[in-house]
Design a protein around this ligand. Structure first.
Ligand SMILES: [Zn+2]
Length: 205
């Protein structure tokens, strides 16, 4: 799924936890919980510059790490432990969600690959289930919109702004997801033709 959807789902889960922390006297814990959820939602997709959905995606290991980290945060509630727990839970959720979206290919609607997310424990790619078809699909946007209701109605301040920004990016990304791929194809073709022309020029000399 697209990055804004991950952020909004992470925030949808973290918002009630942060509000509960504030209501029970842990006001200093609310910000680390929300910040941890945002960073944890974003972190796995930093591997878009490496082997995407493999290098930083751990659909089994993050959930396994989430259990002790949440337990630690419950029994020793400090800004660091709750922020870390929120981050790991959000990263776990991100990697599981990627499996329910489309494959990791550039044009996932063509369905040339079934690779959803890599499971390092099993040593294999988990098949994309395509419940939301592909990243930037209308269904993906629907998930983002529904998840966004929670932080947008219950929070204010900077995190509300971040949620609003994420939803705006989600709408724009959905609108341009397919045109972007066509533009990228056009640019790649133009580069290929230019390289071929230069190569022909050298051969004629
Ligand atoms: Zn991802």
């Amino acid at each position: 799924m697209m990055l804004p959807t991950h952020v909004l789902v992470g925030l949808a889960l973290a918002t009630p936890v942060a509000m509960n922390a504030s209501a029970t006297g842990g006001a200093d814990l609310a910000t680390p919980i929300l910040l941890g959820a945002i960073l944890g939602s974003v972190f796995p997709d930093l591997d878009v510059f490496a082997d995407h959905r493999r290098t930083l995606h751990y659909p089994t290991i993050y959930p396994l790490c989430a259990v002790p980290s949440v337990a630690l945060a419950v029994f020793v509630s400090t800004p660091v432990t709750v922020g870390l727990a929120a981050g790991i839970v959000a990263a776990a959720l991100h990697c599981r969600m990627d499996r329910y979206g489309g494959s990791r290919e550039f044009r996932p609607w063509e369905r040339k690959s079934d690779r959803g997310v890599y499971d390092h424990v099993g040593g294999r790619w988990l098949r994309a289930k395509r419940w939301t078809r592909y990243d930037g699909s209308p269904r993906d946007l629907l998930v983002a919109g529904v998840a966004g209701i929670v932080p947008l109605t219950l929070l204010d301040g900077p995190v509300h702004t971040i949620a609003l920004g994420a939803l705006t990016v989600a709408v724009a990304y959905t609108a341009f997801r397919r045109p972007i791929s066509r533009v990228a194809d056009g640019v790649a073709d133009a580069i290929r033709r230019a390289v071929t022309r230069v190569g022909d020029g050298f051969e004629r000399r």
